[in-house]
Ligand binder design. Structure first.
Ligand SMILES: Nc1ncnc2c1ncn2[C@@H]1O[C@H](COP(=O)(O)OP(=O)(O)OP(=O)(O)O)[C@@H](O)[C@H]1O
Length: 627
């Protein structure tokens, strides 16, 4: 990756440099809007020279545009983060420190070069929110902003990319790249003579053009999520599936066959690793009665259909891995609990889940092109980003993306109180304790955000509160309420919000009248997440912007983290439970939990590394075949 401006960070020098920004910005206050725009445009015409002077002027113009449009004045820390990002760094700013407007500083600085700036975040909701909020700021400087969303037409995408600054979810940029590659390849295959004839006929004028022109700059919000957490799953572009399948009976027959098999005899299963293998005995049993196999309708070996049916049965659970909405199986993102309406599992797994649920079986989509996310982001000349939680993955960001890390201190010291962790022997005891805590807090009028691990748990907690007549709202991706409306209400007095990880990133819960005085938002986390970073995201919803707030984790030995720990110390903890199921938590236990989370983070890193190496090998193998 090429750097536009590299220089070692010198905090004292930077502070001195940035101290000029507010002064210069104040002097711009007397300018009219047109004059403000033309000042920025003049900078653009000065044949973009990445000097410190240009940086100060750009930051001052952006500061004034933000003040006029949003009524906010940049903090010094936001300017520092902006400066770090134009050096290609990934900055860690605590949650709630105002990353959304911080991204405008590097975006406008990079836009001076007129090569296109892509601002990416984790999902379309956040991309649209940021685009809506910030477009008027860009307009003031004479810049255009575009929104790149899934399901746009090619023309709409071209318009979004033609803008100076394009917002969108990270994965969508990758999918556009794959679509462009496929189109370009298919055009290259058109024989020269064919092109000549088509040119004579005027047909080439209508030849589709790639939507993505360049990979100049990517500014990535929630960088650890986009670049690390999601990086285990490659981007795969598939042909359109999802139509009613005319071989539905095959998947149903495979399910019937799978249900006759006995674990330990006919198949071996490793629940932890989600692996299974049909034994020789199982194969014998499955082939015993050939009349049960719809042989002439198979597209792949029968065993593979049965294996997928078993996987669907054993590893894929409703309201955890998928939901069923309007008779359709829809995948749930394991990191955020967000529902992917337009994605399906491959190799017949989606159909196996549909058959398991007794829903209409749809046609399989076929993979057409794929790219590891790492490879896609490496295409950019310049990559930078922000997150509240970079610590724990800075080494990987450097190794894979060549991006250095810098930590930006909070504008105001945190006023969050983290109450002692509570641990329970099982999920049920934990849920009882959650409900008791919510009940006890009701008189304080403080809003509560209860974060659950999955949709199923959010529903259970919701039902328990219903039974007790405790009013609450639910944010788990399948309720009808608009996400923005739920979040807007979550900081109002006495509001109880139950949310899956959907609320974990990027949601800014504004405190209602009198809430700060009564102690601010209280976050109740139902369990530890697999990594410390994700814990910090949820907890970070409380006490933002120097406000008061508190958090508490209520864990249970049933949680995925303890299951993954697979250790004798976890089993021994059960013996310590009192009659409510609560287990006293020592520093030693907390230390072991942190150790487990770090081990899982490290395993994830190794896995991503292996996947990329395997992908490298695969690409070189494929290339040599083509040659
Ligand atoms: N300079 C500023 N002055 C006053 N308020 C600000 C400033 N910058 C941001 N804010 C406000 O702080 C709140 C949090 O901002 P934002 O959502 O961008 O934070 P964040 O760092 O992205 O949080 P998260 O890590 O949760 O995504 C918003 O309400 C925003 O308007």
């Amino acid at each position: 990756m090429k750097r536009l401006w590299t220089r070692q960070t010198q905090p004292a020098h930077d502070r001195e440099l940035l101290a000029h920004v507010p002064t210069l910005a104040s002097s711009l206050q007397q300018l009219g809007d047109t004059e403000l725009t033309s000042r920025y445009q003049q900078l653009k015409q000065q044949n973009h020279n990445p000097s410190e002077q240009t940086t100060i002027q750009t930051f001052a113009l952006v500061s004034e545009a933000v003040r006029r449009t949003l009524g906010l004045n940049y903090y010094q820390e936001q300017l520092m983060a902006g400066l770090a990002m134009i050096r290609g760094e990934i900055v860690e700013m605590q949650t709630g420190e105002g990353k959304t407007i911080t991204a405008v500083l590097p975006a406008c600085w990079y836009a001076l070069a007129e090569r296109g700036v892509h601002v990416m975040t984790v999902n379309d909701y956040l991309a649209e929110r940021d685009f809506e909020t910030l477009s008027p700021v860009y307009q003031r400087l004479g810049l255009t902003a575009g929104l790149n969303q899934p399901r746009l037409t090619a023309e709409e995408k071209q318009t979004a990319y033609a803008a100076d600054i394009t917002y969108g979810p990270g994965y969508e940029f990758g999918f556009d790249y794959l679509r462009d590659q496929i189109m370009t390849l298919s055009q290259q295959r058109t024989r020269l003579g064919g092109q000549f004839t088509r040119t004579l006929n005027g047909q080439l004028l209508n030849t589709p053009q790639p939507v993505q022109s360049a990979h100049a700059v990517a500014i990535i919000d929630e960088a650890d999520s986009v670049l690390i957490d999601e990086a285990t799953v490659p981007l795969v572009l598939s042909s359109q599936g999802g139509q009613p399948a005319d071989n539905a009976d095959v998947y149903q027959a495979a399910r019937q066959a799978a249900l006759t098999l006995k674990a330990g005899q006919d198949f071996l299963v490793n629940q932890q690793a989600s692996e299974l293998q049909i034994t020789d005995l199982g194969i014998l049993r499955l082939s015993a009665d050939r009349s049960l196999i719809p042989i002439e309708r198979l597209d792949r070996p029968w065993m593979q259909y049965v294996e997928q049916a078993l996987r669907a049965e054993l590893f894929y659970h409703r309201d955890l891995h998928y939901v069923v909405i309007e008779n359709r199986v829809q995948i749930v993102d394991p990191h955020t609990s967000r529902i992917f309406t337009d994605r399906t599992w491959r190799n017949g797994l989606h159909q196996a889940v549909e058959a398991k649920e007794g829903k209409p079986v749809t046609t399989e989509s076929q993979p057409i092109a794929r790219i590891m996310r790492q490879k896609y982001f490496q295409l950019y000349d310049q990559l930078c980003g922000m997150s509240g939680t970079v610590q724990g993955c800075q080494q990987e960001l450097r190794e894979v993306y060549g991006a250095h890390y810098s930590h930006i201190p909070p504008h105001r010291p945190s006023r969050r109180t983290d109450l002692p962790v509570r641990l329970f022997s099982d999920q049920h005891s934990r849920e009882q304790a959650l409900v008791r805590t919510i009940q006890e807090m009701q008189p304080t009028q403080r809003p509560i955000l209860a974060g659950t691990a999955d949709i199923d748990a959010s529903r259970r907690l919701s039902n328990m509160l219903h039974e007790l007549g405790i009013a609450h709202q639910l944010l788990n991706g399948i309720q009808d309420a608009e996400e923005a409306a739920v979040i807007a209400a979550a900081g109002q007095p006495q509001t109880v919000t139950i949310a899956t990880n959907l609320a974990g990133r990027g949601t800014d819960i504004q405190l209602g009248l009198g809430v700060a005085e009564s102690g601010g938002l209280h976050v109740l986390a139902a369990g530890f997440q697999l990594t410390e970073r994700i814990d910090r995201q949820l907890i970070g919803r409380a006490a933002r912007k120097g406000e008061p707030g508190s958090s508490q984790i209520l864990a249970s030995l049933d949680d995925a983290l303890f299951r993954q720990a697979k250790s004798a110390w976890v089993d021994s903890l059960k013996l310590l439970a009192d009659k409510t199921g609560e287990i006293p938590v020592s520093r030693q236990i907390l230390g072991k939990i942190t150790k487990t989370q770090r081990r899982i983070e490290e395993t994830g890193r190794q896995r991503r590394k292996q996947l990329t190496q395997y992908d490298d090998w695969l690409s070189s193998a494929t290339c040599s075949t083509w040659n």
